[in-house]
Design a protein around this ligand. Structure first.
Ligand code: HEC
Ligand code: HEC
Length: 282
């Protein structure tokens, strides 16, 4: 029961992560206006840096992996004459046109129509427009079974991470990491945990009024309280006003994978991570 509660907390945190972004709605409204304005032209398609919300991009990765890779591949260049990673499309200039294309498909070709919701379209467009930043081509994938062994063995990943109900809760649960991250993003995380750390994953350090130091992983936070999992895996809820010190750290506790894995082993672990799509393995 307790485990279930913790899981629910994590899920709520993830979801509120998406709604906490104040620009989310603005982006949707902005895109709506573009649609009304008849596309907005090429100017709207250019200069995307920083325009898309991280939460939308992550949602888009998940949708892309589920709906698009069987034809376009993770690299986006599998259909002849189409390079999705370029961020520029012959059939769609503006984001509004791109959304319309994803809904209608391309009649007379294999590109299928889809009744995506508005937020799904927002996610897909956010990912398509930023896809080139993900460097998909350069990732080498090894052997899933060897990777699973390394995850529990030499890589020591399982000493911090939980997969399918096994392992501690001191680091993010990786059970569906292959569905929500691309190979390139995972590779970057493993090579440079600190440089790629997501704000939501930042470790926190709190000192209570009696001087007790609590290090942990933040699950949720509002103006007055913070919920975290401490190093003994206890779920703690702290009232900020009662703390002597509260710091969000910017250095990841995770060591770079190259400390413990060689190049082939890294490729194996990456293949294993990509195979984790939320389904139980026997
Ligand atoms: C069954 C195979 C198939 C699936 C699934 C598929 N596509 Fe396509 N897609 C194609 C083909 C083939 C084309 C080229 C159509 C043409 O001849 O213009 C295409 C074209 C496109 C284009 C236009 C490219 C341009 O340069 O104008 C975009 C954008 C696109 N697809 C995105 C997606 C996304 C995003 C998904 C998933 C939601 C997806 N496709 C799913 C086969 C597919
Ligand atoms: C000392 C504990 C520790 C070890 C050992 C460790 N990690 Fe991590 N890992 C973390 C923490 C804490 C985070 C969250 C902060 C961050 O992103 O750096 C994390 C983040 C990640 C993420 C990103 C999750 C996301 O949401 O994108 C991946 C993937 C990952 N670890 C995989 C691994 C793999 C594979 C190994 C073994 C080679 C490993 N970790 C070893 C603690 C650890």
């Amino acid at each position: 029961m307790r485990a279930l509660n913790i899981l629910e907390t994590v899920c709520t945190t993830r979801r509120s992560g998406a709604t906490r972004h104040p620009h989310h709605g603005l982006l949707a409204i902005g895109l709506g206006l573009l649609l009304l304005a008849g596309g907005g032209g090429d100017a709207a398609a250019q200069d995307h840096a920083g325009q898309y919300e991280q939460a939308d991009i992550e949602f888009g990765v998940r949708l892309y992996n589920a709906n698009c890779t069987r034809c376009h591949a993770e690299s986006g260049d599998e259909v002849a004459g189409v390079d999705l990673r370029s961020g520029q499309y012959s059939r769609a200039g503006s984001d509004g046109e791109l959304m319309r294309l994803l809904r209608t498909g391309v009649p007379g070709t294999a590109m299928p129509p889809n009744d995506f919701t508005r937020s799904e379209l927002t996610g897909l467009v956010a990912y398509l427009r930023t896809m080139r930043d993900f460097d998909v081509g350069s990732v080498r994938l090894g052997d899933v079974t060897r990777g699973r062994g390394l995850f529990r063995g030499a890589g020591a990943c399982a000493t911090c991470h939980r997969v399918h109900g096994n392992g501690p809760r001191t680091a993010p649960d990786l059970s569906d990491i292959g569905a929500i991250r691309t190979a390139a993003t995972l590779q970057r995380t493993l090579l440079d945990p600190t440089g790629t750390m997501l704000p939501v994953n930042r470790p926190v350090r709190a000192v209570t009024s009696d001087g007790t130091v609590i290090n942990g992983r933040r699950l949720n936070e509002d103006t007055y309280t913070v919920q975290l999992i401490d190093e003994q895996e206890r779920l703690r809820s702290l009232v900020k006003a009662e703390l002597r010190e509260y710091t969000v750290l910017t250095t990841s506790p995770m060591p770079p994978a190259t400390d413990v894995l060689d190049e082939q082993e890294l490729a194996d672990v990456l293949a294993y991570l990509l195979s984790l799509k939320g389904l139980e393995h026997p």
